[in-house]
Every structure is written in C-alpha cells, then in structure tokens.
Design a protein around this ligand. Sequence first.
Ligand code: C2E
Ligand code: MG
Ligand code: MG
Length: 289
Amino acid sequence: MAQHASTRPDTEALILGGEPTLEYQPLVDMTSGRLLGFEALLRWRHPEEGLILPSLLLPWLEANGDIVQLGEWVLAEGCHQATRWPENIQLAVNLSLVQLRRGVGSSAVVGAIERSGLEPGRLTVEFTEHALVEDVAMNDLRAIGALGVELAVDDVGTSWTSFDVLRRLEVNTVKIDRSFVGSLEPQQGINRLIVETVVSLAHSAGISTVAEGVETSQQASVVREFECDAAQGYFFAPPLSIAVATELANEPGFCFAYEGGGWSDHRFVVGAPEQPATHHPFTLGQSPA
Ligand code: C2E
Ligand code: MG
Ligand code: MG
C-alpha cells in the first residue's frame, strides 16, 4: 500500500527474519481482584531486534493479507496454550477487520477450537467497532457467537457504537479504550463522564465492561467506583510470557493487590522474562500447523 511504502521493505525484512509469538496480559475482576483470564497479544521475535510490537507489524500484514494466515496461527497457538490453564480462566484473541470482512474469522475459530479441544465458552474474540457497519463482518461475528464463543468490542469510545446493535449481536463485553481510562483525574470531567456513561449503557443492555490501560491505583479506584466489571493494565500486570502467565493461572486462589480498596495483600510481581518456544511453527506462505 502506498502509505506504507517507506516502511514496507524494513518491516518485510524484520518479519522474514523472525517469528511470531504471543504474550498474555491478565484481565482482573474488579470486585474481587481475581484473575479472570488473559488477552493474547501478538509479538514478533527477531534475533537482533528482540520482541517487535503489533503497531509495526499489523499495517504491513493487513495490507498484503498475511494477517489471515497469521490470525489462524494466533488462534491455534492461544487456544492450545489455554488448555493448560484451569477451566475458569478465559482467553481473549484479537481478530483483524481484514479477517472478518473476508468472512474467514469463524472458520479460523472453528479450526482452533477443534484442534485444541478448548471449550468454546472459554474463548473471547475481540474486534473493533468498524466491524459493526460491514455486512460480511457482522455475519462472520454472528457465526462466531453461534459457536458459543464470547464477543468483545475493543477500544470502545474511539468510534461509533450503537448499544442497540451490540445487544442484537449479543455482544458479551465492551472494552473501554485506554485513552479515556488513562485520563480519569478529577479535572478530566469529560473522560470520567464517558467512562461512567459507557458502563451504565452497557450494563443496561446486559453487557459487561472492561477498562483497558489502568496504570495507577487512582485509575483503578475510579474504574471500580463506576462499577466497571473488569480491568487490564500495567498497574496490575504487563503482557507476560506464556511461562509466567501459566504459572499465575495455576496458582490457586491468586488475587491481585489493590492499594485503593483492599482485596488482598498478595501483590503480583512479574517473574524473570522468559522466551519459551511457541507450540506451532509459523512460516509466511505456508499453512499454520
Ligand atoms: P488492544 O487489543 O487494545 O490491546 C491492548 C494494548 O494495550 C496492547 O498493546 C497492550 O500491551 C497495551 N496495554 C496494556 N495495558 C496498558 C497500559 O496500562 N498502558 C498502556 N499504555 N498500554 C497498555 P499491543 O500489544 O502493542 O497491541 C496493540 C494492538 O494491536 C492491540 O490493541 C490490538 O488491536 C492489536 N493486536 C495485538 N495482537 C493482535 C493479534 O493477534 N491480532 C490482531 N489482528 N491484532 C492484534
Ligand atoms: Mg484487544
Ligand atoms: Mg483495546
């Protein structure tokens, strides 16, 4: 694509010289501090450059369609890893609009669930509001929902959202964008109002809420005051390697500490970074294992 012309050769070289991997960021229950599950986040492991973030990869992968094949890999790898966690721990996976508007998200979800044996209700598919105005994407999402997989709208507040459309699609969760959550100081009245309004509209439509990007105990307090059901952010934990995430998932009764409100005195400390092998090998141009 023309707008990526200057970055394309570099990005292509980085991608061809590395391999995909996933990190897993905890989702925290805001009433109890319990670990609800993890969001799988794509990274590219490069021998010299280290872990490369999706902001650099996604425009290139989406522009040339490789995101379809990679999206299948993300689902297969994430679902396989989630089978190593206790049954009450959820996995959330991001789907690209490119997958949904080609109508291939549902077949990728079916493949990953069948191969891994993960119970469909333990998987949440995250997508952005842009999918809600495209017919093919909406049909793909309905097919995913019909499998018993949960649906979550990501980055809510940045675009247009009709709660009536969300209710009819039987969306389970809305994730409030971190641009609102990250500025919840008392003087930021408009952001507080947006978060409070989204939570209350969602709850009145029977939809649960997650606050993204919680970085401070003050933000955690406000999010809790507004009765947001769950939260995610550096205040609780950054994206973790599969080894650390699996250790956390398997620690019985684990709760995150929370300075503003109690919960527990058990504060999560990030373990040493590890780079375990992923389950599925991935090579561009070949089908994922
Ligand atoms: P997202 O789905 O909204 O994921 C949350 C992003 O916020 C992640 O960035 C995460 O690392 C970051 N984050 C989490 N807590 C905090 C915090 O407290 N403060 C700040 N400043 N950031 C926080 P990341 O991993 O760079 O991913 C960026 C986006 O790339 C994701 O946003 C998602 O839209 C996309 N993405 C990630 N993995 C995949 C994937 O497997 N497939 C597709 N299609 N998209 C993906
Ligand atoms: Mg997401
Ligand atoms: Mg988001």
